[in-house]
Design a protein. Structure first.
Length: 318
């Protein structure tokens, strides 16, 4: 029997004025989500501090550039998810503070054109920061910056549309693990540390787990819009088991770091393990009940933040 999926309704966004545009810009610069890039920068910067003095001005420019890429990715993602119908397909009881997109178009804070302009400006500001670093500090940052920007834009945008092809999770783990951490370190030290890359891999997995759990409330709408995330592909029950595997693997990798001639103090990165296990347990209980997952989403966020702080402290006291 052939089934047909009805197209999702496109509800026109009606911006409410300049105040709503400011609220929309603030929302695409979502502090909760930018914690992921901050976590990776903490690990990169503290590893660099372990190996030499910090150039604070260049660190500030690095932070500003990465923040602009983050905001740009969120804004451009709003546009492409709006075009696909993924955001409009969510019901009120499927929305959580951590999932469902930024909703600047759905909630009428900005128009599609305004959101696209915000994305373009943020990408431009990020490019300016990157060019300054490449020309006056570290030329090799160009390649990491290009890779990060490509993954950020291609996460939602054609032709890559990584999040629509079940590749978004890998892109997030790579970007928020090795790419941002290595880029932050590279600006400071002029080379990439193998030890830092190794320590950033479990952090990338932990941040990828945050994306993973945030896909559960969106799964129905994503599937209807053709957004084939791994949670959609696996189904919620199997994906919940995979979530446990991801967070356990991330923490096992942290535990193994001292075996590869890295400081034992990096075991402080295991600080987020209890939150990760609690989140996995709750997700296994309520994989299809978004309202019950908010606490697990918050625990998952806390787990990667604590891992980053622990790894950072581990570098500083080593």
């Amino acid at each position: 029997m052939t089934t047909h999926v009805l197209p999702l309704p496109r509800v026109a966004a009606r911006p409410r004025g300049r105040g709503s545009i400011a609220a929309g810009v603030w929302r695409v610069a979502d502090p909760k989500i930018t914690l992921a890039s901050v976590a990776s920068m903490i690990v990169g910067a503290t590893a660099a501090a372990h190996d030499g003095p910090i150039a604070w001005g260049w660190l500030a420019l690095t932070v500003a550039g990465i923040f602009c890429v983050e905001a740009a990715k969120n804004a451009s993602g709003e546009v492409f998810d709006w075009d696909s119908g993924a955001d409009q397909g969510l019901t009120d009881d499927e929305r959580t503070p951590f999932s469902g997109g930024k909703r600047v178009l759905v909630d009428g804070l900005m128009t599609r054109r305004q959101t696209a302009v915000v994305a373009a400006i943020a990408y431009l500001l990020a490019a300016v920061a990157g060019v300054v670093i490449v020309l006056w500090r570290e030329p090799d940052v160009l390649w990491l910056g290009f890779a990060g920007a490509l993954l950020a834009f291609g996460y939602h945008a054609p032709p890559l549309k990584l999040s629509y092809r079940g590749l978004g999770e890998l892109a997030v783990a790579l970007t928020y693990g090795p790419i941002i951490a290595a880029g932050t370190y590279l600006v400071q030290r002029g080379h990439v540390s193998g030890a830092l890359v190794a320590a950033s891999i479990p952090l990338g997995l932990a941040i990828g787990a945050f994306l993973w759990i945030n896909e559960f409330p969106d799964a129905r709408a994503d599937a209807a819009a053709g957004k084939r995330t791994l949670v959609v592909r696996l189904g919620r029950v199997r994906a919940a088991r995979w979530f446990l595997g991801i967070v356990v693997t991330a923490n096992v990798l942290v535990a193994l770091l001292p075996l590869f001639y890295m400081p034992v103090s990096l075991w402080l990165g295991l600080a987020g393990l209890p939150h990760a296990i609690a989140a996995a347990s709750r997700l296994a209980q309520y994989p299809d009940r978004p309202a019950q997952l908010v606490r697990a989403q918050a625990w998952t966020l806390a787990s990667f933040v604590l891992m980053a702080i622990g790894l950072g402290a581990g570098w500083l006291v080593a």
